[in-house]
Write a protein of this length. Structure first.
Length: 277
């Protein structure tokens, strides 16, 4: 069931606007490829879609219910001369994930890259403030959604495909106000490392990206307490939040042949926080 008030919110309503635009000319690193990106309507997902398109990929844009944002991302991809389709639905629904993959292959001809980027995040004072519904919903989106999408996509990715999972710095540093969210990101990281060893036997490379505080609709629309938003990202060594287009190149690196000798790895565009990856 899709609810209009669910996270991550609308990028069209966010101020200041996140910077999604690619910073350099493409060099056909994804020429002829098709990428399916969950949560591609806004934030990191939009920046990844824009960069992948600039590098030659056609894009399937999966999103929950932010139709205006998804239409904007579609236009961005098409401005790069690539094909784009938009698919609205809940990745926590296994049947929807199967339909989304089938539609992608049917309309774009193939599937080479899966980016599990969509996520749900809520800020709470403590563990007793987290309702059963919120806990289940956060895991359903972040963990089950990733699992369902990967299950559906795997047959199409064999012999050269790539899966990139978006985990988080909270998995490494912890977050006292994001208990359920950080737990899901720990699960995603463990899955990435384990599935990488399984999938390489099928010719699929699996890796992940663990962004730090990135300015996206996920944070001011419920992911952070309102009073904390002005200081969002200032506790990093770089003293500011990152922009989506500062994270997208990490996804591109893992999607293309530049990372051909990497599986089960996590990249950390996080403003300088040290982690043990």
């Amino acid at each position: 069931m899709i609810h209009e008030d669910q996270l991550p919110g609308h990028e069209s309503e966010l101020e200041p606007k996140p910077d999604w635009q690619p910073r350099y000319a493409g060099s056909d690193r994804l020429k002829g490829k098709v990428a399916l990106i969950t949560g591609a309507d806004s934030g990191i997902g939009r920046a990844v879609a824009a960069l992948f398109a600039r590098e030659g990929a056609d894009i399937a844009i999966l999103y929950l219910c932010e139709h205006d944002d998804a239409a904007k991302t579609k236009a961005i991809v098409e401005e790069e001369g690539r094909k784009a389709i938009v698919i609205a639905g809940d990745i926590g629904d296994k049947d929807f994930c199967a339909r989304a993959v089938k539609q992608t292959v049917g309309e774009l001809g193939r599937l080479d890259i899966l980016v599990n980027n969509a996520g749900e995040q809520h800020s709470d004072e403590g563990i007793r403030d987290i309702t059963d519904d919120q806990l289940k919903r956060t895991f359903q989106t972040n963990v089950f959604g990733m699992f369902y999408m990967t299950q559906a996509a795997e047959p199409h990715l064999e012999n050269g495909g790539a899966v990139i999972n978006c985990t988080s710095v909270t998995m490494y540093k912890g977050s006292p106000e994001l208990l359920d969210y950080s737990a899901t990101k720990g699960a995603m990281t463990a899955f990435t490392r384990s599935y990488a060893k399984n999938a390489i036997e099928k010719g699929i490379r699996v890796n992940g990206v663990a962004p730090g505080p990135i300015w996206t609709p996920l944070n001011p629309f419920g992911g952070q307490k309102p009073e904390d938003v002005p200081d969002f990202g200032k506790d990093t060594p770089m003293g500011r939040p990152g922009q989506p287009n500062e994270v997208a190149p990490a996804f591109l690196f893992l999607a293309c042949e530049d990372s051909s000798y990497m599986i089960g790895q996590i990249l950390h565009p996080n403003g300088g926080d040290f982690t043990s990856s």
